[in-house]
Ligand binder design. Structure first.
Ligand SMILES: Nc1ncnc2c1ncn2[C@@H]1O[C@H](COP(=O)(O)OP(=O)(O)O)[C@@H](O)[C@H]1O
Ligand SMILES: [Mg+2]
Length: 280
């Protein structure tokens, strides 16, 4: 039986602030993530998303409980190197994830540090840039690029290390709608074409729609966990934990409840209008 990509068993994480003062950021969390799935992890500010992300690659170790990546515990010192390589992380700010002034040097940085052979590095750089649709910019300089392009480069930099899990921690948060959709498209392609397990952390509910699974975090615990459409149905409760389901989705669900079926998975005005027009 294939092991889960991620397994959390009763994981608690507390930040120790001294003077016996602590913040419980993650509280007794247990769930698993299937290899090859695309999971959206959503929660308002302070719900514990980034803490969870850091627990996944061993940047933080659980205060109690255990985090397993492909069966290996982050508490196992012998495995932490493998875990760091298998969990690639991309963060929020497109401007502080680049090291070199030439795109291809930047992408090569990760594998170079791992001692990967020259030929293999060249192959990986080309592959990673192709995967994020940035091969033509290989000789360019990252600093002049758009936010969406920079985040795609950040993803390529992580890909060059050949991770099996990609964690995007609010990597779309600082981007304009075009940049957001570019990054999301790349993440979905990597999931489908390369079988990389994607954990997309976001506070944009509509970005969760195409995920296989939506996990909603609130105060360090799972509030909802299921197919996005099934979770969206609870928009009243989601509102209480400061999460907004697109109004188009809310309206479509409400209409469905009174027998007016305008279609599934509506997040945009055009889709709602289309659904209504079809009925008329
Ligand atoms: N370095 C830290 N020191 C102390 N408390 C922290 C630290 N980082 C996060 N926290 C606290 O932990 C909780 C979860 O934070 P975080 O994981 O960053 O949530 P999110 O990413 O969902 O905004 C919050 O209450 C936050 O204030
Ligand atoms: Mg965060």
């Amino acid at each position: 039986m294939a092991s889960d990509a991620v397994l959390l068993q009763n994981v608690t994480y507390s930040y120790n602030l001294g003077d016996s003062h602590r913040v419980d950021a993650i509280k007794d969390l247990s769930f698993s993530i299937e290899e090859g799935s695309f999971v959206a992890l959503v929660g308002h500010n302070g719900s514990g998303k980034s803490t969870l992300a850091k627990l996944l690659n061993g940047l933080l170790l659980p205060t109690s409980g255990e985090v397993r990546i492909f069966g290996n515990s982050t508490l196992d010192c012998d495995k932490i190197y493998d875990i760091r390589k298998s969990v690639g992380m991309v963060f929020q700010n497109p401007d502080n994830q680049m090291i070199a002034s030439i795109v291809e040097d930047d992408i090569a940085f990760g594998p170079e540090n791992l001692g990967v052979e020259r030929e293999e590095i060249i192959r990986r750089v080309e592959w990673a840039l192709t995967k994020v649709g940035m091969l033509e910019y290989r000789k360019g300089t990252p600093f002049k690029m758009s936010g969406g392009q920079k985040q795609r480069l950040a993803i390529a930099g992580v890909l060059a290390i050949m991770p099996r899990i990609l964690v995007l921690d609010e990597s779309t948060a600082m981007l304009d709608p075009k940049g957001r959709s570019e990054v999301l498209k790349v993440a979905h392609e990597l999931n489908r074409q390369e079988g990389i397990t994607v954990i997309h952390i976001t506070h944009f509910m509509e970005e969760a729609l195409d995920a296989d699974r939506l996990i909603v975090l609130n105060s360090g615990r799972v509030a909802f966990d299921g197919a996005p459409k099934e979770v969206f149905i609870h928009y009243d409760e989601l509102k209480k934990i400061k999460l907004a389901v697109p109004w188009e989705t809310q309206l479509a669900i409400s209409l469905g409840r009174v027998g007016i079926d305008v279609g599934d998975g509506i997040v945009k005005e055009e889709e709602l209008v289309e659904g209504l027009c079809r009925l008329l």
